[in-house]
Design a protein around this ligand. Structure first.
Ligand code: NAP
Length: 268
């Protein structure tokens, strides 16, 4: 029987997730369909219910629904609960369960890029769902400090306060940008709608990681000019999908690194 999967977000027209999952389905011998479904915030609860009733095995959720989706689920994995955002939902019987694979996908991508996170100073731009996952992951991976820079100071402070309680040996703070080993763009600046904008503020970094994918962003261009190494969001997108597959189905049967390399070749 064909497995039904999908992606809920706004916008989703640009998403590579349908191609990633169809490549993975072919490689792993699973017959699946994966639909990108554009929906507004007011339609999220109804759409989740209707896909569940329609026999979907699960869905991904993306910008701007990752935090809002929490309220409509029966249970959460410990990571999703701690991060306060979900990107992967499974439907099993009458129940829905939310998980967050962005955090682990973020760390997988940094590791694949040869960047070590233990003991580093990091700056995360943004305080939405992806920023929460990246900042949580950096605490989990033993960063020395994480500074959250966001347009809404209150949201940044809340994220820093939430994470301080979970990771005692990482110093979380909210405030303006500063020098760091790693800068992470977890805002939509650089994507459709904001192609030439960058959130980067004062200071510089050794590595700049833009979670936006599929284009050369101003954030990455500026960082490279200042001498930093750079990583775009494509490899994280692939790794979070592989982690999502493992949550929905079963172990992959091949290493994540092998499958990620194969999918990245396919997407080029
Ligand atoms: P989100 O929950 O809507 O959060 C977006 C954040 O960016 C919020 O803190 C928001 O703060 C801030 N922001 C929005 N517009 C801004 C602007 N014009 N200037 C400065 N800050 C702005 O979205 P998300 O799910 O975290 O996604 C953020 C980005 O990460 C998106 O580009 C998404 O595609 C990317 N992403 C990539 C991956 C991957 O696998 N590569 C995974 C997850 C997310 P305010 O509301 O205060 O402005």
């Amino acid at each position: 029987m064909r497995v039904k999967l999908g992606l809920l977000g706004w916008p989703v027209g640009h998403s590579l997730s349908p191609r990633i999952f169809s490549t993975l389905g072919e490689e792993l011998g699973v017959d699946l369909s994966y639909r990108a479904i554009p929906i507004a915030a007011s339609e999220l609860a109804g759409e989740l219910d209707s896909l569940h009733a329609d026999g979907y095995a699960g869905v991904n959720v993306t910008i701007p629904h990752k935090q809002a989706a929490l309220a409509f689920l029966d249970s959460l994995t410990p990571e999703a609960k701690a991060i306060g955002a979900v990107n992967t939902i499974s439907f099993s019987g009458a129940k829905s369960k939310g998980h967050n694979t962005d955090a682990q996908g973020f760390l997988d991508a940094l590791a694949a890029g040869g960047f070590h996170t233990d003991g580093i100073d990091a700056v995360v731009y943004g305080a939405g769902g992806a920023a929460r996952a990246a900042a949580w992951a950096l605490g989990e991976a033993g960063a020395k400090s994480v500074r959250i820079c966001a347009r809404r100071g209150e949201q940044a402070k809340k994220l820093a306060t939430d994470l301080k309680k979970l990771f005692r040996s990482t110093e979380f703070s909210a405030g303006p940008s500063r020098d760091a080993d790693l800068w992470v763009n977890a805002t939509p600046l650089g994507m459709e709608g904001f192609p030439d904008e960058s959130p980067a503020g004062r200071g510089k970094s050794r590595m700049a990681f833009d979670l936006v994918y599929g284009r050369e962003t101003a954030f990455l261009g500026q960082a490279r000019e200042a001498g930093a190494k750079t990583l775009d969001g494509l490899s994280m997108l692939v790794f979070q999908a592989l982690r999502g597959w493992e949550f929905w189905f079963k172990p992959l049967g091949k290493t994540r690194e092998q499958l990620a390399a194969m999918i990245l070749r396919e997407l080029k």
